[in-house]
Design a protein around this ligand. Sequence first.
Ligand code: HEC
Ligand code: HEC
Length: 146
Amino acid sequence: MRKHLIAASLALLATLPAFAGEHVYDITGKTYQSECASCHIAYPPQLLPAESWRKLMAGLAKHFGTDASVDDRIATELTRFLEQNAGGRRNAADPAAAAAPPRISTTPWFIREHRKIATSQWQSKTIGSAANCSACHSRADNGDYS
Ligand code: HEC
Ligand code: HEC
C-alpha cells in the first residue's frame, strides 16, 4: 500500500516541470498555449517582468509585424497569467528598446547568457532569429532550456 503511494507521488513529481531544474519553466496555461503558441513556441512568462508583459499585451494588434489580437476576456485572462508567472528585475527589459514591443531576446540578461554565440550563428539560415529559441533549445516547446 505505502509502496503504491510512493510510486504515485514520484509519478506526480515527474509531471511537474518546475521540479526538474532551474531552467525548466512552467508554460502549461491552457489559454496561453492555445493563443500564444501558434506562431512561435510559448515563451516562458518567467523570462520577462510583469511590466513588459502588460506592455506587450497592450499592443497585440501590432505585434512584430502581425496582428495577434484576442478578445477582451481572453486578453484579461492572459495578462493575469503572465503577471502571475512573470520574472523579476533580473529579466528586466532593455530601456533602449522601450519603443518596440518587449522582447526576451533583447534583454541584458539574455544577451549576457548568450554572449558566447557568434553573430554569424544567430544569422544562419536554420536559426534566422534569436526569437527562434527551439532552433537551439530542442525542448523549448516544453519550457525546458536546460
Ligand atoms: C499571428 C502570429 C503570432 C501570435 C498569435 C503571437 N505572436 Fe508573438 N510573435 C510573433 C512574431 C512574428 C514575432 C517575432 C519573431 C521573430 O523576431 O523572429 C513574435 C515575437 C514575440 C515575442 C518576442 C520574442 C523575443 O524574445 O525575441 C514575445 C515575447 C511574444 N511574441 C509573445 C507573444 C504572446 C504573449 C502571444 C499571445 C498573446 C503571442 N506572442 C502571439 C507572432 C505571433
Ligand atoms: C543560437 C542558439 C540559441 C538560440 C536561438 C537561443 N539560445 Fe538560449 N542558449 C543557447 C546556448 C548555447 C546557451 C548556453 C550558454 C552558456 O552556457 O554559455 C543558452 C542558454 C540559455 C538559458 C540558460 C540555460 C542554462 O542552463 O544556463 C536560457 C534560460 C535560454 N538560453 C533561453 C533562451 C530563450 C528564451 C530563447 C529564445 C527567446 C533562446 N534561449 C534562444 C543557445 C541559444
